[in-house]
Design a protein around this ligand. Structure first.
Ligand SMILES: Cc1cc2nc3c(=O)[nH]c(=O)nc-3n(C[C@H](O)[C@H](O)[C@H](O)COP(=O)(O)O)c2cc1C
Length: 321
C-alpha cells in the first residue's frame, strides 16, 4: 500500500494534517512513532519566510526521524511562493505543500489560502512557478471550492496535475463552510477518478473504521487525519492495525496517556522553552485526557499550570492512586 509522490516513496498513505499551532516537531514526532507515514508542517507564510525565516525558528525545525516531511506554504504571489519554496528546499525538506484551503479571514482577505480556489488562473501560475523553481516534489492541499455555488476542486486539481504537482489532498468542505457540516467524500472520489497523480482524502476521519471507509468510498491513495489526532497520536497505530490485521490494539492505559502527554511537554520545552511549552500544552493536555474520569476538573487546574512539574503533579494526583 505504498505510494509514490514524485521521487518520494511513502510507506503507507496515512498522513497527519497540517494544523497551525499544533503540528510542530514534537507532535509530528509522536504521530510518526505511532505509525503515521506522512507529515506536514503547519502553514508558513511565504512572504514571512523570505523576510525572517531561519533554520533556528521553531516553526522550521524538523529532524530526520520525521522524513518524509513536507513543509506547507501559503501566499498568493507566484514569484514569492517560488522563492520561498527554494528556501525551504535548501533547508532539506522532502517536499513542498501549497495551502489552498485556509478559511481564516485574516488569510483569505489577502487572496491567500482558500481564497485561491476562486482564482483558477492564479492557481496554475503558482503551481507552475513553484514546480519550476524546486527539484523536490510539490503537492497541494485543496478545498471542495469556495462555496457550494462554486465547487471547482476537480478543475483546480486537474490544473495542478497539468502543472507537474505530484499529489493533491482534498478536504471535502468548501472554504465558506470552515469546519462545519460533514465533509463531502463524493467530491474526493470525483477528483481521484479524474487524476493519475496521488490523491489524499481529508475530512472527518476519526477512527480506524472511518479511515477504512474513506479508502473504499473514495478510492483515494491516502487519508489525512487532523482533529481526531489531537491528544490521540495512537489513532495511526489503530488504523494500521485495523487495515492490516482487521483488529484493534488495546487502547492506551491512563498511565500511557499521561506518559505521552508529558513526553509531548518535554519535547516542546526543548523546542520552545518551558514557559512557552506550558502555555501550548494546556490545550494538548486537555485533549489527551478527553474522556477520562475527572477530565473537566483536571482542565480547570491545567489552565493554570505554568511549568512541567505543576502539570505532572496535577495529572499524577488525579490519575495515580
Ligand atoms: C486548529 C487547526 C489548524 C489548521 N491549520 C491548517 C494549516 O495550517 N494548513 C492546512 O492546510 N490546513 C489546516 N487545517 C485544516 C486541517 O489540515 C484539515 O484539513 C481539517 O481539520 C479537516 O480534517 P479533519 O476532519 O481530519 O480535522 C487546520 C485545522 C485545524 C482544526
Amino acid at each position: 500500500m505504498s505510494l509514490q509522490i514524485g521521487s518520494l516513496t511513502v510507506q503507507m498513505g496515512l498522513a497527519l494534517a497540517p494544523m497551525a499551532g499544533i503540528t510542530n516537531y514534537p507532535f509530528r514526532l509522536l504521530a510518526k512513532e505511532q505509525g503515521c507515514s506522512l507529515l506536514y508542517s503547519e502553514m508558513i507564510s511565504a512572504r514571512g519566510l523570505l523576510h525572517n525565516g531561519s533554520r533556528n525558528s521553531s516553526l522550521l525545525y524538523f529532524t530526520d526521524q520525521e522524513r518524509p516531511i513536507g513543509f506547507q506554504l501559503f501566499g498568493s504571489d507566484p514569484l514569492i511562493m517560488a522563492r520561498a519554496a527554494v528556501k525551504l528546499e535548501s533547508l532539506g525538506v522532502d517536499f513542498i505543500d501549497l495551502n489552498l484551503g485556509c478559511p481564516t479571514r485574516k488569510i483569505t482577505r489577502n487572496g491567500e489560502g482558500g481564497a485561491l480556489m476562486r482564482e483558477p488562473g492564479r492557481c496554475s501560475e503558482i503551481f507552475e512557478a513553484v514546480v519550476k523553481a524546486v527539484s523536490c516534489p510539490v503537492t497541494v492541499k485543496l478545498r471542495k471550492g469556495w462555496s457550494e455555488q462554486s465547487v471547482n476542486v476537480v478543475e483546480i486539481a486537474a490544473r495542478a496535475e497539468e502543472a507537474g504537482i505530484r499529489a493533491v489532498t482534498v478536504h471535502g468542505r468548501t472554504v465558506e463552510q470552515g469546519y462545519s457540516g460533514r465533509a463531502d467524500w463524493d467530491i474526493i472520489r470525483q477528483v481521484k477518478e479524474e487524476l493519475t497523480i496521488v490523491v489524499i482524502g481529508n475530512g472527518d476521519v476519526d477512527s480506524p473504521q472511518s479511515a477504512e471507509a474513506m479508502f473504499s468510498d473514495c478510492g483515494c491513495d491516502g487519508v489525512m487525519i487532523g482533529r481526531a489526532a489531537r491528544g490521540n497520536p495512537w489513532i495511526f497505530k489503530e488504523i494500521l492495525s485495523w487495515l492490516k490485521e482487521g483488529r484493534l490494539p488495546e487502547p492506551p492505559s491512563i498511565d500511557q496517556i499521561i506518559a505521552m502527554s508529558l513526553k509531548h511537554f518535554s519535547l516542546l520545552s526543548e523546542l520552545k522553552g518551558e514557559a512557552a511549552a506550558a502555555r501550548e500544552m494546556r490545550r494538548h493536555t486537555s485533549w489527551y485526557i478527553r474522556g477520562l474520569p475527572g477530565a473537566a476538573a483536571a482542565r480547570q487546574q491545567l489552565i493554570r499550570a505554568s511549568n512541567f512539574k505543576e502539570t505532572e503533579t496535577i495529572l499524577h494526583n488525579l490519575y495515580r492512586s
